[in-house]
Design a protein around this ligand. Structure first.
Ligand SMILES: CC(C)(COP(=O)(O)OP(=O)(O)OC[C@H]1O[C@@H](n2cnc3c(N)ncnc32)[C@H](O)[C@@H]1OP(=O)(O)O)[C@@H](O)C(=O)NCCC(=O)NCCS
Length: 425
């Protein structure tokens, strides 16, 4: 913090008021003006509906520099974590601030294993859903229902309870997600296997059947693990902000995470990878690629190349750079699907085309993640669920940070544009 100030002078109600606003200096990134005294000193509110110019909290978890294409978890570059770490350790890093020591890792892995079983009566919840219910609808309902199984989680002042809640969520998300898939295809649920790692277990719970051998492909497990690392956190995105806002009321943390899942579901957020696959289906054939590239460039045509461009990353998406190589390895092994050949062609043309080069429209992480999931036989309507499994680590880390620091209930104000007062007759 510093003594730097911005002075705001307002001319309102026939008087001039000057307010000194403190400038706050982050450890990385641009300074932030603290506007909290504006209302008490001038009687005016600030207006920023989509938070495009607003920092909503202080956080020590994740840093993004969109111009430089930089993403850090607890100070570590995402490239290094993706290359040298694994999802479970990264989740620990996000949750507790450091990667685990050898003995901490042993305890942590044992806890994850212990918490991975879901209560048998929770299984009856799935039966209440029709087989073709959207997996995100089921995920939201089942995770929300965990607040009934763990009412003690409301004891948010207790560090042990918070730790249990965090680890239960990380442990149970892949189990619940695979159970949702099994329910949708009418196959029996597969229990987690203590001999398998986190991502291997997920693949096994998704694809093994009691009447068949299932071999886990190390390339598939590694690709998925890297994708989980890349999606684990992204600072104050819509779903994380939703978790924080819900958490600020002191609600049960499972309910706050269910709110985050609801927010992630939208196509403007977690649904983008689904949109990439739908676009590939619409294009249909390599012979149509030029036509669709022309449509994307035509200002009179609303069509955009899904999976290209990013609001925050104006240079390149560091996550896309990491996953691109893995995507090509996965496609070299699994790529018999014509949609995947189409994706390679699209990427090739767009990366050479002046329109995309000039506007810095590179493929984003969703372009590659959708293709990898598809190559691994994960159905399109499960893509956002995959995102939710990974993002749970970030959501819980942010919830934990919120409830362990001084905070008030989140309560924005509004610009009222309705009717003025009138009498009811
Ligand atoms: C991500 C996205 C919403 C960012 O949008 P934005 O920040 O508003 O970007 P802009 O609209 O300012 O784009 C700048 C220019 O690139 C063009 N552009 C951006 N994304 C494009 C795309 N995917 N296909 C074609 N043209 C695109 C815009 O038309 C604009 O062109 P202009 O300068 O000639 O008007 C946008 O790139 C997009 O719609 N991408 C496709 C959807 C997607 O993949 N979403 C997932 C993001 S993780």
């Amino acid at each position: 913090m510093s003594d730097k100030k911005v002075t705001l002078t307002t001319h309102y109600d026939d008087k001039e008021t000057s307010v000194d606003l403190a400038v706050l200096f982050p450890t990385l990134g641009r300074p932030v003006v603290d506007v909290r005294t504006i209302t008490s000193q001038t009687g005016l509110f600030t207006h920023d509906p989509a938070f495009t110019a607003t920092s909503s909290c202080e956080s020590k978890i994740t840093f993004i520099d969109g111009n430089e294409g930089q993403l850090l978890y607890r100070g570590y570059p995402i490239e290094q974590l993706a290359e040298k770490s694994n999802f479970l350790d990264v989740a620990y890093l996000l949750l507790f601030g450091e990667t685990p020591s050898a003995s901490e890792r042993e305890t942590y892995r044992q806890e994850i294993e212990d918490y991975s079983l879901i209560n048998e009566s929770l299984k009856t919840f799935f039966e209440g859903f029709h087989y073709d219910a959207h997996p995100m609808a089921m995920l939201m309902g089942v995770v929300g229902s965990l607040s009934a199984f763990y009412p003690d989680a409301l004891n948010i002042r207790d560090a042990d309870t918070r730790r249990k809640t965090a680890l239960r969520l990380v442990a149970k998300m892949p189990v619940i997600s695979a159970a949702i898939y099994k329910h949708s295809i009418g196959e029996p649920f597969v229990y987690p296997n203590p001999k398998l790692g986190y991502t291997e277990n997920f693949l096994n719970m998704m694809f093994s059947r009691p009447n068949q051998d299932y071999e886990i492909d190390p390339l598939a497990a590694r690709a998925l693990d890297v994708l989980f690392i890349l999606h684990a956190d992204h600072e104050q995105n819509a779903s994380t902000s939703t978790v924080r806002l819900a958490g600020s009321t002191g609600t049960n943390p499972y309910a706050a995470i269910a709110a985050g899942i609801a927010s992630l579901w939208g196509p403007a957020h977690g649904g983008a990878n689904e949109a990439v696959l739908k676009m590939l289906d619409d294009i249909g054939d390599i012979s149509q690629v030029d036509k669709y590239i022309a449509k994307a460039k035509d200002k009179n045509d609303p069509f955009r190349l899904m999976g290209f461009g990013h609001r925050v990353y104006r240079n390149f998406d560091p996550r896309a750079t990491i996953i691109r190589k893995l995507c090509h390895e996965v496609l070299a092994k699994y790529g018999s699907d014509p949609r995947l050949d189409l994706a390679i062609k699209l990427e090739e043309i767009a990366l050479k085309d002046d329109y995309f080069i000039e506007r810095k429209l590179y493929p984003n992480v969703d372009f590659y993640s959708g293709i990898i999931y598809s190559a691994l036989n994960i159905p399109v309507n499960m893509f956002t669920v995959m995102f939710a499994i990974a993002r749970t680590a970030g959501w819980v880390a942010h919830w934990n940070e919120l409830v362990t620091t001084d905070h008030k209930i989140g309560r924005p104000r509004q610009l009222y544009t309705g009717l003025t007062q009138r009498n009811f007759k």
